[in-house]
Design a protein around this ligand. Structure first.
Ligand code: ADP
Ligand code: MG
Length: 157
């Protein structure tokens, strides 16, 4: 599933729609270069979960927790040295817990991610424009298959 974003607000809207239909236990993996818009996407996701807090990247804390319609566990694993650090902060309890997990730089910890996940890659294309982003969403696993149809049919974007 491909969304074309022409502004930070567009990216937020796609995240917001995903947040509005997310269920507990969802694991959303985000990839893309620095400045791609991963945190922007998470801001939308939080909005869709009825979270009003100001969202910032937990680059130094690894995880931030927010409470909305469901808890949101926002990870940024850019600075971890190895996956042991993830086990130390209780990564498994989060991802198999009652909330929605979203992981910036998920590719870095690919080996410890659940096989079933939602994969969101954001990339720039300077030839199209400075604010243009390609948002590619793929789902892995049975439990997410319905989501694709829901997003295609209802994400008004
Ligand atoms: P990341 O978390 O991937 O490092 P951020 O979301 O923190 O990226 O920052 C993205 C930056 O790019 C912001 O300054 C934002 O305003 C800018 N930007 C420009 N166009 C877009 C777009 N279409 N989608 C998302 N961000 C955009
Ligand atoms: Mg970020």
């Amino acid at each position: 599933m491909l969304f074309e974003s022409y502004s930070p607000n567009d990216t937020e809207k796609v995240g917001e729609y995903l947040g509005s239909i997310a269920n507990k236990g969802y694991v959303i993996c985000l990839t893309g270069d620095l400045g791609a818009g991963k945190t922007k996407f998470v801001k939308g996701l939080a909005k869709g979960l009825n979270i009003d807090d100001y969202i910032t990247s937990p680059t130094f804390t690894i995880v931030n927790e927010y409470n909305g319609r469901l808890p949101l566990y926002h990870f940024d694993v850019y600075r971890i040295n190895d996956t042991d650090e993830m086990h130390e902060i209780g990564f498994d309890e989060y991802i198999y817990g009652q909330g929605v997990s979203v992981i910036e730089w998920a590719n870095i910890i690919e080996e410890i991610l659940p096989k079933e996940n939602i994969w969101v890659d954001i990339s720039k294309d300077m030839e199209v424009g400075e604010d243009y982003r390609k948002i590619q969403i793929k789902v892995n696993g049975e439990k997410y298959q319905g989501l694709i149809w829901e997003m295609i049919e209802k994400c008004e974007f």
